[in-house]
Design a protein around this ligand. Structure first.
Ligand code: GRF
Length: 185
């Protein structure tokens, strides 16, 4: 059975979808670790509810990204993690983590990449007047939101409410992330 780590900074609805799919047998995998850079984020309680171990850290308590990533790598190694799934992890992955888990890290992004990279993809797409939105799952490399695409799903929306785009997109994300992990493992 493959061992997953999920990285998240906030709500954790994708974490929840993945953990649930592991719990109910949809995925022949187990979430071995949650990594969270925001002590007190709602995702931490979600991990507790599933009995999933978490590594919660405060980046400001470290001198550098290399130092906290070295700690993350130790935890991933200890849990023998096969696949790292970034799900709303609001940090750029650095050399230490990429070096240790190259080719094993995927991310979910709320746009049809390569359009609208970065943290404000939905807001920027709405401001641009986009009519076809989407979700992308891609490999993570040193180029922000620039790794090779694994899966995409598009949807149409003709309005100006970013919150509505997020709502529609997240339903798609939860399904697409589970399906993609299933395919990869
Ligand atoms: C998702 O919408 C994802 O596309 C983006 O961050 C969000 C995380 O949401 N990368 P959640 O914490 O999984 O609810």
């Amino acid at each position: 059975m493959k061992r997953l780590a999920v990285f998240a900074s906030g709500t954790g609805s994708n974490f929840q979808a993945i953990a649930q799919a592991c719990a109910d047998g949809t995925l022949d995998a187990r979430v071995a670790l949650l990594v969270c850079d925001k002590p007190g984020a709602p995702v931490v309680e979600k991990a507790q509810a599933f009995g999933i171990e978490s590594f919660v850290f405060n980046p400001k308590a470290y001198g550098s990204k290399a130092e906290y990533e070295a700690d993350i790598v130790k935890k991933l190694d200890a849990q023998k993690v096969d696949l790292v799934c970034l799900a709303g992890y609001m940090r750029i992955v650095g050399e230490v983590l990429l070096g240790a888990y190259d080719g094993k890290i995927i991310n979910i992004h709320p746009s049809l990449l390569p359009a609208f990279r970065g943290a404000h993809a939905v807001e920027e797409a709405v401001a641009y007047g986009v009519k076809v939105y989407g979700i992308t799952i891609h490999w993570v490399n040193a180029d922000l939101d620039g790794g090779k695409i694994i899966a995409q799903k598009a949807f149409e929306y003709d309005g100006d409410d970013p919150a509505e785009v997020h709502r529609i997109g997240q339903k798609i994300e939860h399904k697409l992330y589970v399906e993609t992990i299933k395919q990869l493992i």
